[in-house]
Write a protein that binds this ligand. Structure first.
Ligand code: C5P
Length: 278
C-alpha cells in the first residue's frame, strides 16, 4: 500500500496577546492564527515495528528519539506499528509551529491509517499549545492555552513573506521575560475584512506581546522587521509566535514575490518564502 501523506503547514500568529497565566504556569493567549502554503510533510505506512526517520532540507539537528513531538503524538495514538517519515522543510524553534504542525499531521495520518478517531483537544494541547489549531488547519481565533478555537471564515487569502534569520529562540525563555501577563484581549474582529489593506489596517491596532521579549533575546528580529517594513508596499511587518520568524503582508502575490526576491538577495543565508496565508 502507498504511504499515507499529510501536509504540515506553517502556522502564523497574525496577533498574539498574552492575557493571563494559569496556576500551572501556562499563559492564557488570544491569537489570530492562519496557515501558510509552505510546510513539512508526514508520511506513514504499515510496518512490523514503530520506526521514525527525518528527511529533507531541514532534517539536520531534528531529534529522532522520543523527545520529538511526532513520536509523542504517535504515542497518543497507541504507538502503532508504522513507519513514520518527517520530511522537514521549516526552520525549527522559529515561531511558525513546525513541531506542532508535524505532530498534528502525524495524528491525522495515523487516524487515517488506523481508521481511528483523533484524540481530544485537551490531551493534544497538553503535548503542545499550538497542536489543536494545527489539527483544525484553518484560520482560527485561539484562546485558553491553545485549546479554545473559534473558526474565522471571513478572511481572503493574504499575500505574505515569511522571513527567518537563522536564530533559534526558546519559547519558555521568551515567556519568562514578559514584563506583563495581563494584557487586554484582542478586540472583536470586524466583519469587513475583505482586502489585505483592511486586514492589515485592523491588525495594526492589535499586537504580538512576545515581540519585545523575543527581540531582547534575538536582536536579528529587529533587522528582519526593518527589512520587511522598508518596502513601501509592505502593509504590516510583525513577528509570529515567539519568533524569530516574522511575516510581511503585501497587497498582491506579485508584490510578495518581489519582496521575497529582494530580501533573499540582500540576506542569502536567511530562510525567505513568499506565501499565501489562509
Ligand atoms: O506548548 P509549546 O511547545 O508551544 O510551549 C513551549 C513552552 O512555552 C511551554 O513549555 C511553556 O513554558 C510556554 N508556553 C506558555 N503558555 C502557552 C504556551 C507555551 O507558557 N500558552
Amino acid at each position: 500500500m502507498a504511504p499515507i501523506e499529510e501536509f504540515a503547514p506553517a502556522k502564523v500568529n497574525l496577533t498574539l496577546h498574552v492575557t493571563g497565566r494559569r496556576e500551572d504556569g501556562y499563559h492564557l493567549l488570544d491569537s489570530m492564527v492562519v496557515f501558510a502554503d509552505t510546510g513539512d510533510r508526514i508520511l506513514v505506512e504499515d510496518s512490523e515495528a514503530c520506526a521514525f526517520a527525518v528527511t529533507g532540507p531541514r532534517a539536520a539537528g531534528i531529534p529522532t528519539d522520543a523527545s520529538n513531538l511526532v513520536l509523542k503524538a504517535a504515542a497518543l495514538m497507541g504507538a502503532p506499528r508504522a513507519t513514520i517519515t518527517l520530511d522537514k522543510h521549516l526552520p525549527a524553534a522559529s515561531g511558525i509551529g513546525g513541531g506542532s504542525a508535524d505532530a498534528a499531521a502525524c495524528l491525522r495520518a495515523l487516524a487515517r491509517l488506523l481508521r481511528r478517531p483523533l484524540p481530544d483537544f485537551e490531551a493534544v494541547a497538553r503535548l503542545g499549545a499550538d497542536i489543536p489549531a494545527c489539527l483544525e488547519g484553518r484560520s482560527v481565533r485561539m484562546r485558553g492555552i491553545g485549546e479554545r478555537l473559534e473558526p474565522i471564515d471571513s478572511l481572503p487569502p493574504l499575500p505574505a513573506v515569511l522571513v527567518n534569520p537563522g536564530v533559534e529562540v526558546s519559547t519558555p525563555e521568551v515567556f519568562r521575560r514578559l514584563s506583563r501577563r495581563d494584557n487586554p484581549e484582542m478586540s472583536e474582529i470586524p466583519c469587513n475584512m475583505d482586502t489585505p489593506e483592511r486586514i492589515a489596517g485592523w491588525l495594526k491596532t492589535q499586537r504580538n506581546d512576545l515581540e519585545g521579549p523575543a527581540r531582547e533575546i534575538a536582536p536579528e528580529i529587529g533587522e528582519v522587521l526593518d527589512l520587511l517594513g522598508a518596502r513601501p508596499d509592505c502593509l504590516l511587518a510583525r513577528m509570529s509566535g515567539s519568533g524569530a520568524t516574522c511575516f510581511g503582508l503585501y497587497p498582491s502575490a506579485a508584490a510578495a514575490k518581489r519582496a521575497a526576491a529582494e530580501i533573499s538577495g540582500l540576506r542569502p543565508g536567511w530562510w525567505v518564502r513568499p506565501t499565501l496565508l489562509a
